[in-house]
Design a protein around this ligand. Sequence first.
Ligand SMILES: Cc1cc2nc3c(=O)[nH]c(=O)nc-3n(C[C@H](O)[C@H](O)[C@H](O)COP(=O)(O)OP(=O)(O)OC[C@H]3O[C@@H](n4cnc5c(N)ncnc54)[C@H](O)[C@@H]3O)c2cc1C
Length: 322
Amino acid sequence: MIEKFSFVDRLRLAGEKRLLGSDLRRQMIEVIGFGLAGACVALHLQKAGHHVRVVDDGKKGSSHVAAGLVNPVAGRNFEIGSNLAQSLAVALPFYHQLGNDLFHPAPIKRLWFDEKDRAKFERKRETFEEWIDQIDDQGVTWKGGGWLDCPRFIAAARKEFLDQGGEFSSKRQSEESIWCTGAAGLIRGDFPNLGHRSAKGEILTVRISGWNEKRILVKGGWIIPLGNECYRAGATYQWDHLESGPTMEGRQTIERIIRKFTNLEYEIIDHVAGIRPIIDRSNPSLRYQRGLGWFFNGLGSKGVIYAPATALELLSKISSMI
Ligand SMILES: Cc1cc2nc3c(=O)[nH]c(=O)nc-3n(C[C@H](O)[C@H](O)[C@H](O)COP(=O)(O)OP(=O)(O)OC[C@H]3O[C@@H](n4cnc5c(N)ncnc54)[C@H](O)[C@@H]3O)c2cc1C
């Protein structure tokens, strides 16, 4: 119980005097980081009537690198995320509200690796039946997927945040904050005693003239049509040397992925790297610690699916404290 009121008390101690008073909802709440997590939290808090200050260091975190893929049934083992339908039911309208061209729905064709792979699909089929659109000799096509233009989402969220009276600051002013600092925060240990298994990833953007593929294709890697003959392909997973940027090895790995989908010539027009913030696979983590505040991290490879719903969950936890 003591801990329950601490977030509010600490905000008060932090000198938010102008915002104190009988209406606690009018307190300034500080969010650190403005990637997918911080942007969703800041906008949800604002919508609930809170005043919000964002402290962002201006470095481009993984939200600026992410391909933004929403793949309902992912991975070699046809894994379906927890609360997938509910999380998407929050996420897609949330993105749409900020701009109707931020999320691009698209069929996702997951190609079979071999007969064993197809047999595995049949064994697990009833767990993901609702996401199946079509099945043929090449693979299964999922419905309900697509991709979010993550950098444009961050830009749109920033504009909305400022339009609604939010403020950005270059330095922290509150004793307790909401920490949405992504992989940088996990590596630095913003919250003590928290293990992480963050993974570096690299992505190529390529131009492939004359291909005309409109679906997202997946087979141990993916390729996403962006329009104008451009495609994004990836991604690598690497758990060591997290900070080293794009590499030749990463590029070669992705070039092999592209070759699974087309033999046409391609031109590389961009090569980026970032770090996925991973704590418990792609299950986001919300924690509270006295003296530090709230922690929202661990979006892993599925930030686009889970960030808006997790931010709402955090809002309800904070509201219950106030
Ligand atoms: C190669 C790659 C491909 C990916 N593809 C996908 C995909 O297809 N689909 C998907 O859903 N997800 C994907 N992801 C994962 C996705 O990027 C993450 O889940 C998500 O972006 C994490 O968001 P975040 O806000 O937690 O972290 P970030 O985006 O890293 O944001 C954290 C922000 O906090 C700032 N910050 C950190 N410390 C401080 C501090 N002390 N003070 C102020 N500011 C600070 C950082 O500069 C940054 O701007 C991919 C990731 C990578 C690397």
